[in-house]
Design a protein around this ligand. Structure first.
Ligand SMILES: Cc1ncc(C[n+]2csc(CCOP(=O)(O)OP(=O)(O)O)c2C)c(N)n1
Ligand SMILES: [Mg+2]
Length: 581
């Protein structure tokens, strides 16, 4: 070979070597996520993260592409709840970031670990407010809405930035974390070896937090002194994945338990100690209440007032967050630690001969519960056409009983409140709903992530209004061929479809187009659409969908007059003292 040719080849080889030894921001972020076990990203592509999404996909991360960031964010939030690992949502700058922000705040409020990763624009231009493409100080905006917010400016800091985000999301009380990645960062080049060394694997991301022995003893003493004890299981208890220990504690104590909405199924709703159907009685008449991963917020009337009756109460509260104690009323026995460790410590402390609560209390609770269940039973078997909520939910109740490992997603007002009461759950973390805020729009994001994270069939029971907030994602469900069956309780509107506006020819604010056929939306993307007008049609359509696993949307026609204003929380509507005009 001629000298010149040899020389040229050597230069080529050196260049290739040099190139092999380089990495960039795109790759370091991907490597950092992979190293920490992040397997799925939920997002919407665009500048500056389109290539990042492609490269992550090529590197073996599953990248689920949505139609709107809020739905991707809700998917990430619920993935966090289901897996105890941070769910990751990826968005573009300003508008995409803002679209994802509601879900980030929702995750924080509900204590779901989630990381919102957003691309952002040129720092120098943004900070001088010189009008960059999608200019916005995203970090400052995210901060008050999440548990922690970080920005990475140098590729060498990506490893530590991702590690901080992961640890912040899952440790202590979990929540939402914002990670700001400026466009410039992705293209930054660094040595491959240095890149590798800069990665940080988070060791023991959510360390056990063991409760103090005297706190455990105090709690058991209070429980021992109870004449009418009650255990309340919140979604924190479900999140903890300490299912066996929680079940043992409840059963060993013999105390009636009340599951909060997403705590349903930790023990089956049909368990002899379940007081779900005697809620008002147990809240009013109990004398000692042990809260396990449940907060005394509005959902429990702040632990005081009419709901809780006149009798003095003592609260035992098990929570990982010390600040939660005494948030609304005095906590007689705070037990601070992770739920799994606390429940195990309580179980150990109970020893071998724990005496069950007084028999008159236990039987009073079960009597009330049997009464209420019996009262409800005939309503659930009605065959009215158009269907009312009870007739339609009676069908779904049986289907969930026959398929206890299916995941139930639920949102709406009447559709939510009545389904929560009527559909019994049998396994933990199978009921996913609107959470602490009662937020509409979680439905399709939750359904998609539930199918992806668990591989189980999903039944999404949606009010027609609720569905509208995320309805476009039926295309996503079809695109990824997910086993999701959406049942829309179509009562022509918000709460009811009967409102009229007497002031002008505009429709009333709470009503939609009458007789809408939401099933056609699913058909538009190749899924199965069914219009169900009676309980039998509904039963057959849902069973077929659950058997086939094909994306299905069932338009369940509900009597427009059947619902009530705001479902069960109509009392929260402000009232003027002035007489209505
Ligand atoms: C993000 C958001 N916007 C608005 C609301 C107010 N809101 C509460 S329930 C509801 C919809 C209820 O109607 P639907 O889903 O059809 O259930 P239905 O009572 O008719 O069964 C709305 C808009 C909310 N909770 N969250
Ligand atoms: Mg409705």
């Amino acid at each position: 070979m001629a000298d010149a040719a040899v020389k040229e080849k050597t230069i080529d080889a050196n260049a290739a070597n040099a190139e092999q030894e380089l990495t960039d921001g795109f790759n370091v972020v991907i490597d950092a996520l992979k190293l920490n076990g992040i397997k799925t990203i939920y997002g919407v592509p665009g500048i500056p993260i389109t290539d990042f999404g492609r490269m992550a996909q090529a590197a073996g991360i599953r990248v689920i592409s949505f139609r709107h960031e809020q739905n991707a964010g809700n998917a990430a939030a619920i993935a966090g709840f289901l897996t105890k690992k941070p769910g990751v949502c990826l968005t573009v700058s300003a508008p995409g970031f803002l679209n994802g922000l509601t879900a980030l705040a929702h995750a924080t409020t509900n204590c779901f670990p989630m990381i919102l990763i957003s691309g952002s624009s040129e720092r120098e231009v943004v900070d001088l407010q010189q009008g960059d493409y999608e200019e916005m100080d995203q970090l400052a905006i995210a901060k008050p809405l999440c548990k922690a917010a970080f920005r990475v400016l140098h590729a060498a800091d990506i490893g530590i930035g991702v590690a901080r985000a992961i640890r912040a999301a899952v440790s202590g009380r979990p929540g939402g974390v914002y990670l700001d990645l400026p466009a410039k960062l992705f293209g930054q080049v660094m040595g491959a070896e240095a890149g590798k060394k800069s990665l940080v694997k988070v060791i023991d991301a959510a360390p056990a937090q063991i409760p103090a022995p005297d706190a455990v003893k105090r709690a058991l003493d209070v429980l021992k002194g109870a004449k009418r004890p009650l255990i309340i299981l919140g979604k924190g208890a479900a999140y903890a994945q300490a299912d066996d220990a929680i079940r043992s504690l409840v059963e060993k104590s013999g105390v009636p338990f009340l599951p909060m909405s997403m705590g349903k199924g930790l023990l089956p709703d049909t368990h002899p100690q379940c007081a779900g159907a005697a809620r008002s009685t147990v809240l009013k008449d109990s004398d000692v209440v042990m809260l396990i991963g449940a907060r005394l917020n509005w959902l429990l009337s702040h632990g005081k007032g009419k709901t809780w009756g006149e009798a003095p109460k003592k609260f035992i509260q098990i929570d990982i967050e010390p600040k939660e104690m005494d948030s609304n009323v005095e906590i007689a026995a705070p037990v601070v630690g992770d739920i799994g460790s606390c429940v195990k410590a309580l179980l150990d402390g109970m020893g071998g001969n724990w005496s069950k609560p007084p028999a008159d209390w236990v039987s009073a609770v079960s009597q009330k519960r049997e009464e209420n269940v019996a009262k409800m039973a005939p309503r659930l078997m009605n065959n009215n056409v158009p269907m009312d909520y009870h007739g339609a939910l009676g069908v779904l109740r049986t289907i969930v009983k026959e398929r206890p490992d299916a995941i139930l997603v639920n949102e709406g007002a009447n559709t939510l409140d009545l389904a929560r009461g009527i559909i019994d759950m049998y396994q933990p973390r199978k009921r996913l709903d609107v959470g602490t805020w009662g937020v509409m729009g979680v439905g399709m994001g939750y359904a998609i992530a539930a199918a992806i994270e668990t591989g189980k069939p999903v039944l999404a029971v949606e009010g027609d209004s609720a569905f509208g907030f995320s309805g476009m994602e039926v295309e996503t469900i079809c695109r990824y061929k997910l086993p999701v069956c959406v049942v829309i309780f179509n009562n022509d509107g918000i709460y009811r479809g009967t409102d009229v506006n007497s002031a002008s020819s505009d429709p009333a604010t709470t009503v939609f187009v009458k007789g809408s056929r939401y099933d056609k939306m699913m058909e538009a993307f190749g899924g199965v659409g069914v219009n169900a007008t009676n309980p039998d049609e509904l039963r057959r359509a849902v069973n077929a969908a659950m058997d086939s696993g094909k994306p299905t949307l069932i338009n369940a026609v509900i009597d427009p007059a059947a619902g009530s204003e705001s479902g069960r929380i109509g009392n929260l509507n402000p009232q003027s003292k002035l007489k209505k005009k």
